[in-house]
Design a protein around this ligand. Structure first.
Ligand code: ATP
Ligand code: FE
Length: 374
C-alpha cells in the first residue's frame, strides 16, 4: 500500500508518498524560510498564506512526478498537532478535501511522534522499545518509545529549544553578514565556525546540574553568550554590521556548553532506564537522535561517547529526514495503517471528529518518576 503524507505545521509545506516497505515513492518540499528571514521570524498569517499558495502544487508535483494518481493511494496522513494553528489548518483542510474527493482514509498525525518514528524508516532493525532525543528549532525532549503510539517523556525543555538558541546566537553574532555563512542555518553556521575556535577560551557554565531530572534549559546559556558577544563588540569596537574577530571561540564554547548540558541529561535518562530495567535486551540499547540539531556532529559524537558507557548505540537519520519533511508524516501513516490503528478515519463522513490541536502534549509525562527514582 501507499500513503500520502502532508506536513504544514510550521514554515515548510511538504508532501511525500511512502509505500508499505518504506520506499519513498516521491516527495516535494517548499520552504518559507527566506520570506521569514526577511521578517525576522515567522508571522503566522504570512505562513498560512504561503502554505495556501503552495500546498496544491507541492502535493500534486509529488504525485505526478512519479505518476501516482491520488486514486492509487491508500490513505492520506496529515500533521494535525502540535504546531502553528494557522499553518496546521491549511494542511488539514487540504488533506480532508482529498480524503472526501477520492474517498480515502484519513490518518491524523502527531508531528513529534512522526519525528520520533522516522528513524524506523531508515534503520529497519530499530525495534521498540528505544530511547529518543528530539533536538530541533522548537523542541528538546527525551522520550522512551514503547510502541508506535506509546511514548513516555523523561525530559523536556523548560525554556528555549536548542535550535532556536543556535539561531539567536548566530544572529547576534551577525554571522549571516559573512559570505561563508550566508545560506546556512544558525546551527550550521555555529558548528562550522566552532571548528576553528577554542571552546575553553571562556568559562563553561553548567545548567540544572543540581536538579535530579532530565529537563533542559538553554536560555541561560544563550544569555551568557549574548553577554560575551556584547563585551567583545565593545572591546573590538565593531561597526553595526561587523562581526567580532573572536566569533569562532564564542561559537565553540557555546556549542560545547549546549552539548555538555544535553549529554548530562541523556546520561541521567540512561541511568533511569537501567535502574527501572526498562531496556534489558542489549539489542535494544539504542539512542535515536532526531530533529534539526541532530545533524550537529560535535553533539552526535559526544552523545555517542556517553552512550557507550551504558552500552548504548547512537543513531541519527540523515539531516533531510531530521528536519520537517513530508516523508516522516507519510511514514508515520504507514506505521499506523499497517497496524490498522484506531486513529484512522475510514469514513470521510466522520472527518469532523478530528481537528487540529496547536498545543498538545507528547506522550505520558514520566518526569516526576525520574526525580522520584533518583
Ligand atoms: P520543530 O520541528 O521543533 O517545529 P523546526 O522545524 O524549527 O522545529 P527543525 O527543522 O527540526 O526545527 O530544525 C531546524 C533547526 O536545526 C534550526 O534551529 C537550526 O539552527 C538547527 N540546526 C540545523 N543544523 C544544525 C547543526 N549542524 N547544529 C546545530 N543546529 C542545527
Ligand atoms: Fe519538526
Amino acid at each position: 500500500f501507499r500513503i500520502l503524507g502532508i506536513e504544514t505545521s510550521c514554515d515548510d509545506t511538504a508532501a511525500a508518498v511512502v509505500d508499505s516497505d518504506g520506499n519513498i515513492c516521491g516527495e516535494s518540499h517548499f520552504s518559507q524560510q527566506e520570506t521569514h528571514l526577511e521578517f525576522g521570524g515567522i508571522i503566522p498569517n504570512v505562513a498560512k498564506e504561503l502554505h495556501k499558495l503552495h500546498i496544491k502544487s507541492v502535493v500534486s508535483y509529488r504525485v505526478k512526478k512519479k505518476k501516482i494518481p491520488v486514486n492509487d493511494l491508500d490513505a492520506i496522513a496529515v500533521t494535525m498537532k502540535p504546531g502553528l494553528a494557522l499553518s496546521l489548518w491549511v494542511g488539514m483542510t487540504y488533506g480532508k478535501h482529498l480524503s472526501v474527493e477520492y474517498n480515502k482514509p484519513f490518518i491524523p498525525i502527531h508531528h513529534m511522534e512522526a519525528h520520533a518514528l522516522t528513524p524506523r524508516l531508515v534503520y529497519k532493525d530499530l525495534e521498540f522499545p528505544f530511547l529518543v532525543l528530539l533536538v530541533s528549532g522548537g523542541h528538546c525532549l527525551l522520550s522512551f518509545a514503547k510502541s508506535i503510539t506509546e511514548f513516555y517523556t523523561l525530559g523536556l525543555q523548560l525554556d528555549d529549544a536548542p535550535g532556536e538558541t543556535f539561531d539567536k546566537v548566530a544572529r547576534q553574532l551577525k554571522l549571516r553578514n559573512m559570505d561563508m555563512f550566508k545560506n546556512k542555518s544558525g546551527g550550521e553556521a555555529i558548528e562550522l565556525a566552532a571548528k576553528s575556535g577554542d571552546p575553553f577560551n571562556y568559562e563553561v557554565r553548567s545548567v540544572l546540574s543540581g536538579k535530579r531530572n532530565c529537563d533542559f534549559s538553554f536560555s541561560g546559556l544563550k544569555n551568557a553568550a549574548f553577554r560575551r558577544i556584547k563585551e567583545a563588540e565593545e572591546q573590538y569596537k565593531v561597526k553595526a554590521s561587523g562581526v567580532i574577530p573572536n566569533y569562532p571561540d564564542i561559537c565553540a564554547s557555546f556549542q560545547y556548553t549546549v552539548t555538555r548540558h544535553i549529554c548530562h541529561r541523556v546520561q541521567r535518562a540512561l541511568a533511569f532506564l537501567e535502574m527501572e530495567n526498562l531496556i534489558t535486551d542489549p539489542a535494544h540499547k539504542k539512542l535515536v537522535i532526531s530533529g534539526g540539531v541532530a545533524s550537529n556532529q560535535f553533539l552526535f559524537q559526544s552523545l555517542t561517547k556517553v552512550c557507550s558507557q551504558f552500552n548504548y548505540k547512537t543513531y541519527s537519520p540523515e539531516p533531510a529526514l531530521c528536519t520537517d519533511n513530508g516523508i516522516m508524516i507519510a511514514w508515520n501513516g504507514v506505521e499506523l495503517y499497517r497496524t490498522n490503528s484506531s486513529r484512522i478515519i475510514h469514513n470521510p463522513e466522520h472527518l469532523y471528529l478530528v481537528d487540529i490541536e496547536p498545543k498538545c502534549p507528547f506522550g505520558v509525562d514520566w518526569r516526576q518518576k525520574v526525580v522520584d527514582r533518583n
